[in-house]
Ligand binder design. Sequence first.
Ligand SMILES: *Cc1c(COP(=O)(O)O)cnc(C)c1O
Length: 476
Amino acid sequence: MKYISTRGQSPARTFTEILLGGLAPDGGLYLPEQYPQVSRAELDEWRKLPYADLAFAVLSKFITDIPAGDLKGIIARTYTPQTYCHTRAGSDARDITPLRTLEPGVHILELSNGPTLAFKDMAMQLLGNLFEYALSQQHEELNILGATSGDTGSAAEYAMRGKRGIRVFMLSPHGKMSAFQRAQMYSLQDPNIFNIAIRGMFDDAQDMVKAVSNDHAFKAKYKIGTVNSINWARVSAQIVYYFKGYFAATKSNDEQVAFAVPSGNFGNICAGHIARMMGLPIGQLILATNENDVLDEFFRTGAYRPRGTDHTYETSSPSMDISKASNFERFVFDLAGRDAAKVREFWGRVEAGGSFDIRHTPYWDALPQFRFASGKSAHQDRLKTIRELWEEYGVMVDTHTADGIKVGLEQRRPSLPLICLETAQPAKFGETIREALGREPVRPEALAGIENLPQRVEVMDADVAKLKAFIAASAA
Ligand SMILES: *Cc1c(COP(=O)(O)O)cnc(C)c1O
Protein backbone atom coordinates (compact mmCIF):
# COMPACT_ATOMS: atom_id res chain seq x y z
CA MET A 1 0.00 0.00 0.00
CA LYS A 2 1.35 3.40 -1.06
CA TYR A 3 0.17 6.86 -0.13
CA ILE A 4 -0.34 9.76 -2.50
CA SER A 5 -0.84 13.48 -1.93
CA THR A 6 -4.15 15.24 -2.49
CA ARG A 7 -2.20 17.87 -4.46
CA GLY A 8 -0.74 15.26 -6.81
CA GLN A 9 2.80 16.64 -6.93
CA SER A 10 4.65 14.48 -4.40
CA PRO A 11 6.00 10.98 -4.94
CA ALA A 12 4.05 8.04 -3.50
CA ARG A 13 5.28 6.90 -0.08
CA THR A 14 4.86 3.94 2.27
CA PHE A 15 3.11 4.09 5.64
CA THR A 16 6.31 4.27 7.69
CA GLU A 17 7.72 6.93 5.38
CA ILE A 18 4.79 9.25 6.13
CA LEU A 19 4.31 8.18 9.76
CA LEU A 20 6.54 10.79 11.38
CA GLY A 21 5.75 13.61 8.95
CA GLY A 22 2.81 15.94 8.44
CA LEU A 23 1.93 17.51 5.12
CA ALA A 24 3.25 16.09 1.86
CA PRO A 25 6.05 18.21 0.32
CA ASP A 26 3.55 19.73 -2.16
CA GLY A 27 1.37 20.96 0.72
CA GLY A 28 -1.26 18.24 0.31
CA LEU A 29 -2.45 15.49 2.64
CA TYR A 30 -1.64 11.82 2.22
CA LEU A 31 -4.29 9.24 1.33
CA PRO A 32 -4.04 5.60 0.22
CA GLU A 33 -3.61 5.19 -3.53
CA GLN A 34 -6.88 3.30 -3.40
CA TYR A 35 -9.12 2.24 -0.54
CA PRO A 36 -8.81 -1.42 0.38
CA GLN A 37 -12.14 -3.20 0.01
CA VAL A 38 -13.76 -5.39 2.65
CA SER A 39 -15.60 -8.44 1.39
CA ARG A 40 -18.82 -9.77 2.84
CA ALA A 41 -16.94 -12.83 4.10
CA GLU A 42 -14.46 -10.59 5.92
CA LEU A 43 -17.26 -8.58 7.52
CA ASP A 44 -18.83 -11.81 8.77
CA GLU A 45 -15.49 -12.85 10.21
CA TRP A 46 -14.66 -9.45 11.72
CA ARG A 47 -18.02 -9.23 13.51
CA LYS A 48 -16.76 -11.77 16.06
CA LEU A 49 -13.41 -10.14 16.79
CA PRO A 50 -12.39 -8.36 19.98
CA TYR A 51 -11.24 -4.75 19.46
CA ALA A 52 -7.47 -5.32 19.15
CA ASP A 53 -7.93 -8.15 16.63
CA LEU A 54 -10.39 -6.06 14.63
CA ALA A 55 -7.91 -3.16 14.68
CA PHE A 56 -5.23 -5.46 13.32
CA ALA A 57 -7.56 -6.75 10.59
CA VAL A 58 -8.44 -3.21 9.49
CA LEU A 59 -5.02 -1.60 9.89
CA SER A 60 -3.05 -4.37 8.23
CA LYS A 61 -4.87 -3.41 5.02
CA PHE A 62 -3.29 0.04 5.29
CA ILE A 63 0.07 -0.77 6.92
CA THR A 64 1.93 -3.19 4.70
CA ASP A 65 5.52 -2.21 5.51
CA ILE A 66 5.66 -3.26 9.17
CA PRO A 67 6.03 -7.03 9.68
CA ALA A 68 2.65 -8.50 10.68
CA GLY A 69 3.95 -9.91 13.96
CA ASP A 70 5.36 -6.51 15.01
CA LEU A 71 2.18 -4.67 14.01
CA LYS A 72 0.06 -7.15 15.91
CA GLY A 73 2.16 -6.58 19.03
CA ILE A 74 1.96 -2.80 18.75
CA ILE A 75 -1.82 -2.93 18.39
CA ALA A 76 -2.26 -5.46 21.19
CA ARG A 77 -0.28 -3.19 23.54
CA THR A 78 -2.37 -0.17 22.50
CA TYR A 79 -5.94 -1.39 22.86
CA THR A 80 -6.08 -2.90 26.34
CA PRO A 81 -8.83 -2.61 28.97
CA GLN A 82 -6.17 -1.12 31.30
CA THR A 83 -5.66 1.84 28.95
CA TYR A 84 -9.37 2.37 28.25
CA CYS A 85 -10.40 1.82 31.87
CA HIS A 86 -12.35 5.00 32.62
CA THR A 87 -15.73 3.44 31.88
CA ARG A 88 -18.93 4.51 33.54
CA ALA A 89 -21.36 2.24 35.39
CA GLY A 90 -22.75 -0.47 33.15
CA SER A 91 -19.99 -0.35 30.50
CA ASP A 92 -17.36 -3.02 30.06
CA ALA A 93 -13.76 -1.83 29.56
CA ARG A 94 -13.00 -5.05 27.65
CA ASP A 95 -15.09 -3.68 24.78
CA ILE A 96 -12.58 -0.75 24.47
CA THR A 97 -15.38 1.26 22.79
CA PRO A 98 -18.54 0.10 24.61
CA LEU A 99 -21.91 0.78 22.99
CA ARG A 100 -24.56 2.28 25.28
CA THR A 101 -28.14 1.91 24.08
CA LEU A 102 -30.45 4.78 25.03
CA GLU A 103 -33.53 3.26 23.42
CA PRO A 104 -34.00 0.76 20.58
CA GLY A 105 -32.19 2.18 17.57
CA VAL A 106 -30.39 5.03 19.39
CA HIS A 107 -26.91 4.40 20.75
CA ILE A 108 -23.82 6.15 22.08
CA LEU A 109 -20.42 4.72 21.17
CA GLU A 110 -18.07 5.50 24.07
CA LEU A 111 -14.75 6.60 22.60
CA SER A 112 -13.57 8.56 25.62
CA ASN A 113 -12.61 5.95 28.19
CA GLY A 114 -8.88 6.45 27.60
CA PRO A 115 -6.38 8.28 29.83
CA THR A 116 -7.45 11.84 28.89
CA LEU A 117 -11.18 11.15 28.59
CA ALA A 118 -11.37 12.22 24.94
CA PHE A 119 -11.67 10.23 21.71
CA LYS A 120 -8.26 11.54 20.65
CA ASP A 121 -6.73 8.86 22.89
CA MET A 122 -8.06 6.18 20.50
CA ALA A 123 -5.63 7.28 17.79
CA MET A 124 -2.93 9.02 19.78
CA GLN A 125 -2.12 5.96 21.91
CA LEU A 126 -1.47 3.97 18.73
CA LEU A 127 0.64 6.82 17.37
CA GLY A 128 2.82 6.75 20.51
CA ASN A 129 3.57 3.06 20.07
CA LEU A 130 4.11 3.37 16.30
CA PHE A 131 6.48 6.32 16.79
CA GLU A 132 8.52 4.46 19.40
CA TYR A 133 8.75 1.43 17.12
CA ALA A 134 9.74 3.42 14.01
CA LEU A 135 12.29 5.55 15.86
CA SER A 136 13.99 2.54 17.38
CA GLN A 137 14.17 0.87 13.93
CA GLN A 138 15.78 3.99 12.48
CA HIS A 139 17.95 4.68 15.57
CA GLU A 140 16.43 8.14 15.60
CA GLU A 141 15.01 10.54 18.17
CA LEU A 142 12.11 12.95 17.94
CA ASN A 143 11.25 16.10 19.88
CA ILE A 144 7.53 16.77 19.55
CA LEU A 145 6.64 20.43 19.82
CA GLY A 146 3.05 21.59 20.06
CA ALA A 147 0.66 24.18 21.43
CA THR A 148 -2.61 23.21 23.06
CA SER A 149 -5.63 24.71 24.72
CA GLY A 150 -6.69 21.32 26.01
CA ASP A 151 -7.57 18.00 24.39
CA THR A 152 -4.86 17.41 21.80
CA GLY A 153 -1.89 18.32 23.99
CA SER A 154 -2.92 16.13 26.88
CA ALA A 155 -3.73 13.19 24.58
CA ALA A 156 -0.27 13.56 23.01
CA GLU A 157 1.47 13.66 26.39
CA TYR A 158 -0.32 10.57 27.69
CA ALA A 159 0.49 8.75 24.45
CA MET A 160 4.20 9.64 24.47
CA ARG A 161 5.00 9.49 28.19
CA GLY A 162 7.86 7.14 28.95
CA LYS A 163 8.44 6.34 25.27
CA ARG A 164 12.05 5.78 24.24
CA GLY A 165 13.50 8.27 21.77
CA ILE A 166 10.66 10.78 22.19
CA ARG A 167 10.37 14.03 24.13
CA VAL A 168 7.28 16.23 24.20
CA PHE A 169 7.42 20.02 24.59
CA MET A 170 3.84 21.20 25.00
CA LEU A 171 2.98 24.87 25.23
CA SER A 172 -0.24 25.97 26.89
CA PRO A 173 -1.62 29.42 27.79
CA HIS A 174 -0.72 30.17 31.41
CA GLY A 175 -3.81 30.24 33.62
CA LYS A 176 -6.26 29.78 30.74
CA MET A 177 -7.14 26.10 31.02
CA SER A 178 -9.51 24.59 33.58
CA ALA A 179 -8.07 23.27 36.85
CA PHE A 180 -8.87 19.73 35.69
CA GLN A 181 -7.07 20.18 32.35
CA ARG A 182 -4.03 21.70 34.08
CA ALA A 183 -3.95 18.85 36.56
CA GLN A 184 -4.19 16.28 33.78
CA MET A 185 -1.19 17.66 31.95
CA TYR A 186 1.00 19.21 34.62
CA SER A 187 0.81 16.29 37.04
CA LEU A 188 2.77 14.08 34.62
CA GLN A 189 6.19 13.49 36.14
CA ASP A 190 7.74 11.54 33.25
CA PRO A 191 11.17 12.97 32.44
CA ASN A 192 10.40 13.03 28.68
CA ILE A 193 7.35 15.30 29.09
CA PHE A 194 7.89 19.07 29.30
CA ASN A 195 4.92 21.31 30.04
CA ILE A 196 5.54 24.95 29.24
CA ALA A 197 2.94 27.51 30.35
CA ILE A 198 3.23 30.65 28.22
CA ARG A 199 2.38 34.05 29.68
CA GLY A 200 -0.08 34.89 26.90
CA MET A 201 -2.98 33.47 24.93
CA PHE A 202 -3.21 30.23 22.95
CA ASP A 203 -2.40 32.11 19.74
CA ASP A 204 0.88 33.38 21.26
CA ALA A 205 1.85 29.79 22.07
CA GLN A 206 0.87 28.70 18.57
CA ASP A 207 2.96 31.49 17.02
CA MET A 208 6.00 30.37 19.03
CA VAL A 209 5.62 26.83 17.69
CA LYS A 210 5.42 28.19 14.15
CA ALA A 211 8.49 30.37 14.68
CA VAL A 212 10.55 27.41 15.89
CA SER A 213 9.28 25.21 13.02
CA ASN A 214 10.23 27.89 10.50
CA ASP A 215 13.83 27.90 11.76
CA HIS A 216 14.85 25.01 9.52
CA ALA A 217 18.35 24.69 10.93
CA PHE A 218 17.09 24.47 14.51
CA LYS A 219 14.30 22.12 13.45
CA ALA A 220 16.74 19.75 11.75
CA LYS A 221 19.36 19.90 14.51
CA TYR A 222 16.86 19.08 17.27
CA LYS A 223 14.64 16.72 15.21
CA ILE A 224 11.51 18.76 15.87
CA GLY A 225 8.22 17.13 14.86
CA THR A 226 4.50 17.51 15.51
CA VAL A 227 1.47 15.31 16.13
CA ASN A 228 -1.24 17.32 14.42
CA SER A 229 -4.59 16.06 13.28
CA ILE A 230 -3.65 15.69 9.61
CA ASN A 231 -1.34 12.79 10.47
CA TRP A 232 -2.53 9.83 8.39
CA ALA A 233 -1.88 7.24 11.11
CA ARG A 234 -4.31 9.07 13.40
CA VAL A 235 -7.06 9.00 10.76
CA SER A 236 -6.43 5.32 10.04
CA ALA A 237 -6.72 4.32 13.72
CA GLN A 238 -10.13 6.01 13.84
CA ILE A 239 -11.51 3.87 11.00
CA VAL A 240 -11.55 0.87 13.34
CA TYR A 241 -14.23 2.06 15.74
CA TYR A 242 -16.70 2.66 12.91
CA PHE A 243 -16.50 -1.08 12.25
CA LYS A 244 -16.73 -1.84 15.97
CA GLY A 245 -19.75 0.45 16.39
CA TYR A 246 -21.46 -1.03 13.36
CA PHE A 247 -21.08 -4.60 14.61
CA ALA A 248 -22.24 -3.67 18.12
CA ALA A 249 -25.39 -1.91 16.90
CA THR A 250 -26.50 -4.49 14.32
CA LYS A 251 -27.21 -8.20 14.15
CA SER A 252 -26.26 -8.84 10.54
CA ASN A 253 -24.15 -7.32 7.80
CA ASP A 254 -27.29 -6.72 5.71
CA GLU A 255 -28.21 -3.77 7.93
CA GLN A 256 -27.23 -0.15 7.43
CA VAL A 257 -26.55 2.39 10.17
CA ALA A 258 -26.15 6.14 10.65
CA PHE A 259 -23.25 7.72 12.56
CA ALA A 260 -23.49 11.17 14.18
CA VAL A 261 -20.09 12.81 14.57
CA PRO A 262 -19.25 16.01 16.51
CA SER A 263 -16.81 17.65 14.10
CA GLY A 264 -14.07 20.26 14.07
CA ASN A 265 -11.07 19.44 11.92
CA PHE A 266 -12.99 16.72 10.02
CA GLY A 267 -10.56 14.03 11.21
CA ASN A 268 -13.06 11.81 13.00
CA ILE A 269 -15.75 11.85 10.31
CA CYS A 270 -13.10 11.50 7.57
CA ALA A 271 -12.37 8.08 9.07
CA GLY A 272 -16.09 7.28 8.78
CA HIS A 273 -16.05 8.31 5.14
CA ILE A 274 -13.12 5.96 4.52
CA ALA A 275 -14.85 3.08 6.37
CA ARG A 276 -17.83 3.57 4.05
CA MET A 277 -15.58 3.68 0.98
CA MET A 278 -14.12 0.33 2.12
CA GLY A 279 -17.58 -1.20 2.05
CA LEU A 280 -18.92 -0.82 5.60
CA PRO A 281 -22.72 -0.44 5.22
CA ILE A 282 -23.06 3.16 6.45
CA GLY A 283 -26.31 4.73 5.22
CA GLN A 284 -25.68 8.19 6.71
CA LEU A 285 -22.72 10.14 8.04
CA ILE A 286 -24.19 12.97 10.06
CA LEU A 287 -21.79 15.83 10.66
CA ALA A 288 -22.47 18.12 13.62
CA THR A 289 -20.82 21.49 14.16
CA ASN A 290 -21.17 23.99 16.96
CA GLU A 291 -21.57 27.74 16.36
CA ASN A 292 -18.48 27.50 14.13
CA ASP A 293 -20.45 26.10 11.23
CA VAL A 294 -18.04 26.18 8.24
CA LEU A 295 -18.60 22.49 7.51
CA ASP A 296 -22.36 22.52 8.01
CA GLU A 297 -22.54 25.39 5.54
CA PHE A 298 -20.60 23.37 2.97
CA PHE A 299 -22.85 20.34 3.16
CA ARG A 300 -25.99 22.49 2.99
CA THR A 301 -24.93 24.96 0.32
CA GLY A 302 -21.77 23.75 -1.42
CA ALA A 303 -19.77 26.80 -0.29
CA TYR A 304 -16.61 26.25 1.76
CA ARG A 305 -15.79 29.56 3.46
CA PRO A 306 -13.14 29.25 6.18
CA ARG A 307 -13.68 32.05 8.65
CA GLY A 308 -10.22 33.18 9.79
CA THR A 309 -9.17 32.98 13.43
CA ASP A 310 -10.64 36.38 14.34
CA HIS A 311 -14.09 35.17 13.27
CA THR A 312 -13.95 31.94 15.22
CA TYR A 313 -16.25 31.88 18.26
CA GLU A 314 -15.21 30.59 21.64
CA THR A 315 -17.94 28.13 22.56
CA SER A 316 -18.82 25.64 25.28
CA SER A 317 -17.73 22.82 22.94
CA PRO A 318 -14.22 24.28 22.52
CA SER A 319 -12.58 21.33 20.74
CA MET A 320 -14.81 22.07 17.75
CA ASP A 321 -13.88 25.77 17.62
CA ILE A 322 -12.07 25.74 14.32
CA SER A 323 -11.87 28.24 11.50
CA LYS A 324 -10.72 25.84 8.81
CA ALA A 325 -11.05 22.08 8.88
CA SER A 326 -7.57 20.69 8.31
CA ASN A 327 -8.68 17.21 7.15
CA PHE A 328 -11.46 18.39 4.84
CA GLU A 329 -9.13 18.38 1.83
CA ARG A 330 -9.04 14.58 2.03
CA PHE A 331 -12.78 14.35 1.46
CA VAL A 332 -12.83 16.95 -1.30
CA PHE A 333 -10.12 14.99 -3.13
CA ASP A 334 -12.48 11.99 -3.25
CA LEU A 335 -15.52 14.15 -4.04
CA ALA A 336 -13.62 15.64 -6.99
CA GLY A 337 -12.96 12.15 -8.37
CA ARG A 338 -9.36 12.40 -7.07
CA ASP A 339 -8.59 15.27 -9.44
CA ALA A 340 -5.50 16.76 -7.74
CA ALA A 341 -5.45 19.78 -10.08
CA LYS A 342 -8.95 20.68 -8.87
CA VAL A 343 -7.84 20.34 -5.22
CA ARG A 344 -4.87 22.62 -5.93
CA GLU A 345 -7.21 25.17 -7.45
CA PHE A 346 -9.66 25.06 -4.51
CA TRP A 347 -6.96 25.24 -1.83
CA GLY A 348 -5.09 27.88 -3.75
CA ARG A 349 -8.10 30.07 -3.09
CA VAL A 350 -8.44 28.96 0.54
CA GLU A 351 -4.77 29.63 1.27
CA ALA A 352 -5.09 33.09 -0.25
CA GLY A 353 -7.79 33.78 2.33
CA GLY A 354 -10.70 33.00 0.00
CA SER A 355 -13.27 30.26 -0.48
CA PHE A 356 -14.71 27.92 -3.10
CA ASP A 357 -18.21 26.87 -4.06
CA ILE A 358 -19.15 23.56 -5.71
CA ARG A 359 -22.85 24.37 -6.13
CA HIS A 360 -22.79 24.77 -9.90
CA THR A 361 -20.30 21.98 -10.60
CA PRO A 362 -20.74 18.23 -11.17
CA TYR A 363 -19.36 17.73 -7.63
CA TRP A 364 -22.59 19.02 -6.14
CA ASP A 365 -24.48 16.29 -8.02
CA ALA A 366 -21.94 13.71 -6.83
CA LEU A 367 -22.23 14.75 -3.16
CA PRO A 368 -25.37 12.70 -2.21
CA GLN A 369 -23.65 9.42 -3.05
CA PHE A 370 -21.24 10.10 -0.14
CA ARG A 371 -24.24 9.96 2.24
CA PHE A 372 -23.46 13.03 4.34
CA ALA A 373 -26.05 14.99 6.29
CA SER A 374 -25.23 17.93 8.51
CA GLY A 375 -26.50 20.37 11.09
CA LYS A 376 -25.37 22.69 13.84
CA SER A 377 -25.91 23.01 17.55
CA ALA A 378 -25.48 26.14 19.70
CA HIS A 379 -25.06 26.73 23.42
CA GLN A 380 -28.78 26.56 24.30
CA ASP A 381 -29.22 23.37 22.21
CA ARG A 382 -26.29 21.87 24.05
CA LEU A 383 -27.75 22.64 27.48
CA LYS A 384 -31.14 21.25 26.40
CA THR A 385 -29.64 18.01 25.05
CA ILE A 386 -27.53 17.48 28.19
CA ARG A 387 -30.65 18.00 30.36
CA GLU A 388 -32.87 15.73 28.26
CA LEU A 389 -30.39 12.86 28.26
CA TRP A 390 -29.92 13.17 31.99
CA GLU A 391 -33.64 13.31 32.73
CA GLU A 392 -34.80 10.67 30.25
CA TYR A 393 -32.00 8.14 30.42
CA GLY A 394 -29.87 9.09 33.46
CA VAL A 395 -26.94 9.47 31.04
CA MET A 396 -24.58 12.43 31.38
CA VAL A 397 -22.87 13.53 28.17
CA ASP A 398 -20.29 16.21 27.50
CA THR A 399 -20.89 19.32 25.41
CA HIS A 400 -19.36 18.00 22.15
CA THR A 401 -21.24 14.72 22.32
CA ALA A 402 -24.42 16.71 22.98
CA ASP A 403 -23.89 18.60 19.71
CA GLY A 404 -23.59 15.28 17.88
CA ILE A 405 -26.70 13.82 19.50
CA LYS A 406 -28.80 16.92 18.82
CA VAL A 407 -27.92 16.98 15.13
CA GLY A 408 -28.03 13.17 14.84
CA LEU A 409 -31.61 12.96 16.14
CA GLU A 410 -32.62 15.84 13.88
CA GLN A 411 -31.06 14.50 10.69
CA ARG A 412 -31.35 10.73 10.98
CA ARG A 413 -33.47 8.63 8.70
CA PRO A 414 -35.72 6.82 11.18
CA SER A 415 -35.19 3.47 9.44
CA LEU A 416 -31.49 3.48 10.38
CA PRO A 417 -30.06 2.69 13.81
CA LEU A 418 -28.25 5.85 14.99
CA ILE A 419 -24.79 5.61 16.57
CA CYS A 420 -23.69 8.87 18.22
CA LEU A 421 -19.95 9.07 18.78
CA GLU A 422 -19.04 10.17 22.30
CA THR A 423 -15.93 12.32 21.89
CA ALA A 424 -15.27 13.35 25.50
CA GLN A 425 -16.47 12.75 29.03
CA PRO A 426 -18.46 15.39 30.92
CA ALA A 427 -15.78 15.60 33.64
CA LYS A 428 -13.67 17.69 31.25
CA PHE A 429 -16.30 20.38 30.82
CA GLY A 430 -17.63 20.90 34.34
CA GLU A 431 -18.69 24.51 33.92
CA THR A 432 -21.33 23.76 31.26
CA ILE A 433 -22.51 20.63 33.08
CA ARG A 434 -23.11 22.76 36.18
CA GLU A 435 -24.99 25.28 34.04
CA ALA A 436 -27.15 22.58 32.45
CA LEU A 437 -27.78 20.31 35.41
CA GLY A 438 -26.89 22.30 38.53
CA ARG A 439 -24.58 19.53 39.66
CA GLU A 440 -21.00 18.39 39.33
CA PRO A 441 -20.10 16.14 36.39
CA VAL A 442 -19.41 12.49 37.08
CA ARG A 443 -15.70 11.76 37.11
CA PRO A 444 -13.94 8.38 36.84
CA GLU A 445 -12.92 7.22 40.29
CA ALA A 446 -9.24 6.89 39.39
CA LEU A 447 -9.11 10.62 38.61
CA ALA A 448 -10.59 11.81 41.92
CA GLY A 449 -8.52 14.61 43.38
CA ILE A 450 -5.95 14.87 40.58
CA GLU A 451 -6.00 18.63 41.15
CA ASN A 452 -4.11 17.96 44.40
CA LEU A 453 -1.20 16.07 42.83
CA PRO A 454 2.15 17.84 42.55
CA GLN A 455 2.55 19.65 39.21
CA ARG A 456 5.57 20.03 36.98
CA VAL A 457 5.44 23.02 34.63
CA GLU A 458 7.84 25.66 33.33
CA VAL A 459 6.27 29.13 33.18
CA MET A 460 7.77 31.19 30.36
CA ASP A 461 7.32 34.55 28.59
CA ALA A 462 6.17 34.39 24.96
CA ASP A 463 9.79 34.59 23.86
CA VAL A 464 11.00 32.32 21.04
CA ALA A 465 14.67 32.60 22.02
CA LYS A 466 13.87 31.39 25.54
CA LEU A 467 11.87 28.47 24.14
CA LYS A 468 14.72 27.43 21.86
CA ALA A 469 17.21 27.63 24.73
CA PHE A 470 14.90 25.48 26.87
CA ILE A 471 14.56 22.83 24.14
CA ALA A 472 18.30 22.81 23.48
CA ALA A 473 19.10 22.36 27.18
CA SER A 474 16.43 19.66 27.71
CA ALA A 475 17.24 17.69 24.57
CA ALA A 476 20.95 17.54 25.28
C1 LIG B 1 -10.98 16.95 18.62
C2 LIG B 1 -12.37 16.84 19.14
C3 LIG B 1 -13.51 16.93 18.29
C4 LIG B 1 -13.40 17.21 16.81
O1 LIG B 1 -12.86 16.15 16.09
P1 LIG B 1 -12.27 16.37 14.61
O2 LIG B 1 -11.56 15.14 14.28
O3 LIG B 1 -11.33 17.56 14.74
O4 LIG B 1 -13.41 16.67 13.72
C5 LIG B 1 -14.76 16.77 18.85
N1 LIG B 1 -14.92 16.57 20.17
C6 LIG B 1 -13.87 16.49 21.02
C7 LIG B 1 -14.11 16.29 22.46
C8 LIG B 1 -12.56 16.62 20.54
O5 LIG B 1 -11.52 16.55 21.38
